[in-house]
Write a protein that binds this ligand. Sequence first.
Ligand code: BV8
Length: 243
Amino acid sequence: MDATPDHREARARVESAESIVVFTGAGISAESGIPTYRGEGGVWRQYRAEDLATMDAFRRDPDLVWEWYGERRQAMAECDPGPGHRALAALERRVGDGFLLVTQNIDNLHRRAGSERILEIHGNAFRTVCSGCGRGPGGYETSVPSTTTCVHCGDRLRPDVVWFGEPLDPTVIGAAFQAAAECQVLLCIGSSLLVRPAASLPEIAIEAGADIIEVNPEPTWLTARARWSFQEQAGRALPLIAG
Ligand code: BV8
């Protein structure tokens, strides 16, 4: 697919930058077959993510919550990284230490595409931790664990994700905010920018004077503040501006 003058201009800015933060949401994985949260087909069994992805739901019905995550783990494991994920891994290899990927996604697709300089600010659906002592079996599991009781303390095991109403790891979100405050370019890919505190990241970058590049078929509150806004799929725009 041929680049437009805007793609070429945005690519030149990306290539001239010494510090780049990329901020991704569910939209970058939509083309891989993972439903977004707010798009059609984004709900599961008539539940909303905000109703199931909470500690209250887990306390009330841990088996239902595990069933939901087990289904999502299997569905995500069957999907593959797309051209957008791969373009970002290539950009990281070119930029090196000046690059950081901050993702809201828990689907592990950035890691599978080869991204390493990554902060998973809402966790990773394939990791399991204990609700009580925080320890876990380690590794990545593609289904519900055979036992959901912690071998160390007997408390319940849970997916290693941040639920609504839970605080983000202060070290992780602090590093993400620090990088946004120091970057020259922030790419914001596939996010409706509705969930806080994650959605503060582009605001911090704007305050710091960074150039904003947004890729999203739908406009968001950031669109009017972006130096370049590509209202197209991540799989089309990212190979042209970053890959
Ligand atoms: C906290 C893991 C405090 C779990 C997730 C009222 C006002 C403001 C805030 C709040 C409020 N009430 C409550 C809050 C706080 C709440 C919040 O922000 N709620 C929202 C709903 C209003 N936040 C929290 O609860 C956070 N914690 O605040 O704690 C605290 C402090 C101290 C002590 C105790 C407590 C925790 C939030 C984390 C929740 N966990 N995920 C799981 O997923 O199972 S959030 C989850 O939803 C994702 O991680 C992501 O962050 C969010 C989904 O957003 P997006 O990724 O943007 O996806 P979405 O579907 O919305 O949009 C997709 C976009 O892609 C669209 O724009 C679409 O156009 C575009 N697109 C589609 N196709 C493509 C594309 N783009 C490019 N290419 C394509 N092909």
